[in-house]
Design a protein around this ligand. Structure first.
Ligand code: SF4
Length: 375
């Protein structure tokens, strides 16, 4: 695990360009507030700047999306919030992560353990690797409850069975005695959700919570999460590459590319008119229900490795709108309308285009249901 790197203890970040835009729409005080988060990994190819100056806010009770292709830094951002970045990764000096007013990067190891799984839950992408294969499902949930809430052994076991019932596992008492390999993929994912929610967290970070599941189970799991979110009143940070999920389930969205936030906006505004060419490219790559079957438009090229981000605008080698300034100067997050920003020199221009003026990008309503193909 890695805490912040002290002065001189790791690569120092370059000076941060000044943002030029409004803050997010006013609302309740932030539950989670990430500011200038930077995570680096020392590799044989050089220093990988996996997360490079990310700012992100989640307020009580809201669902916020964090989207982008694989390799853009979404999962590393989640791991950094929970201080689960492992060697050779470092959270750089100057990064800030505040949760319920506490600076998570400054907490002692014992205190951050008390936050993880208690007030702040995490669902990983892969239930098979996240569960302990040699412990029964019931004992894994009970262990979390006992670690955080001083319950007796029998209370914890009873609550573990209640939790398995709450996540829709039939015959919960019997299933509590089963090992992970005895459960189907859908059941293992439900068990993982039960562990993440066992202590009724105030914020759940769900990193591709349904990627490994078939479409029917995906829909069931998402309904289940919705219901639990309503009953527990928790906030959710939904990390995904699936724009259908984002359109359906979130109120605000952050789009990530090259270790940076490149666009942030209310969900309906983002789908009505993406302000960043990368967001537009992601949308054009999603199949629509309301248009004839046709070849999807892929973003040309691939996400470069984090050891070799292109200079200036990191998207410029793949951007159809790139011009000279894009190759010499990195754009800051610029105001792109009410409560939204985009890291693009054209953020205020109509060049990027409105979704309803184009034929190649979907409207929010036209996206496939969750479980459909993501970007
Ligand atoms: Fe494209 Fe230039 Fe905008 Fe970057 S700054 S996204 S290269 S138009």
């Amino acid at each position: 695990m890695s805490g912040p790197v002290g002065a001189g203890g790791g690569p120092q970040p370059p000076p941060r360009p000044a943002d030029n835009g409004p803050a997010m729409a006013p609302g309740p005080a932030p539950l989670l507030e990430i500011a200038d988060l930077r995570v680096t990994f020392a590799t044989e190819e050089g220093v990988a700047r996996a997360v490079d100056g990310v700012d992100l806010v989640v307020r009580s009770g809201e669902t916020v999306g964090l989207v982008g292709e694989s390799g853009c830094g979404k999962s590393v951002t989640a791991l950094a919030v929970l201080r689960l970045v492992e060697h050779p990764g470092h959270i750089a000096h100057g990064s800030r992560v505040r949760f319920e007013g506490r600076d998570l990067l400054a907490l002692a190891e014992r205190d951050i353990r008390a936050v993880r799984g208690n007030h702040l839950g995490l669902i990983f992408q892969e239930p098979a690797s996240a569960l302990n294969p040699v412990l029964t499902i019931g004992s894994q949930i009970a262990e979390v409850i006992r670690a955080h809430q001083h319950a007796t052994r029998s209370e914890a076991r009873w609550r573990a069975i209640e939790m398995l019932r709450a996540v829709g596992i039939p015959d919960a008492e019997k299933r509590a005695g089963h090992y992970p390999h005895q459960l189907s993929g859908g059941m293992r994912q439900r068990a993982l959700i039960a562990i993440a929610l066992a202590c009724r967290p105030h914020l759940l970070i769900a990193d591709e919570p349904t990627t490994a599941l078939d479409v029917t189970i995906q829909a069931e799991i998402l309904e289940l999460l919705d219901g639990l979110q309503r009953s527990l009143g928790m906030a959710v940070l939904l990390i995904t590459h699936n724009l259908g999920l984002v359109a359906e389930r979130t109120r605000r969205v952050y789009v990530m590319y090259g270790g940076q936030i490149v666009e942030e906006a209310p969900t309906d505004a983002l789908f009505a008119a993406p302000a960043h060419p990368y967001t537009r490219g992601l949308m054009a790559a999603v199949p629509r229900l309301d248009s004839p079957r046709e070849r999807l438009a892929a973003i040309p090229g691939q996400v470069p490795p984090a050891t070799a981000w292109p200079p200036a605008c990191r998207f410029h080698p793949r951007c159809p709108l790139a011009f000279e300034r894009c190759t010499t100067e990195m754009p800051p997050l610029l105001a792109a309308g009410e409560a939204r920003k985009a890291r693009c020199w054209l953020a205020n221009s109509r060049t990027v285009g409105r979704a309803d003026e184009r034929t190649d990008a979907p409207t929010q309503a036209g996206l496939r249901e969750p479980g459909g193909q993501g970007s």
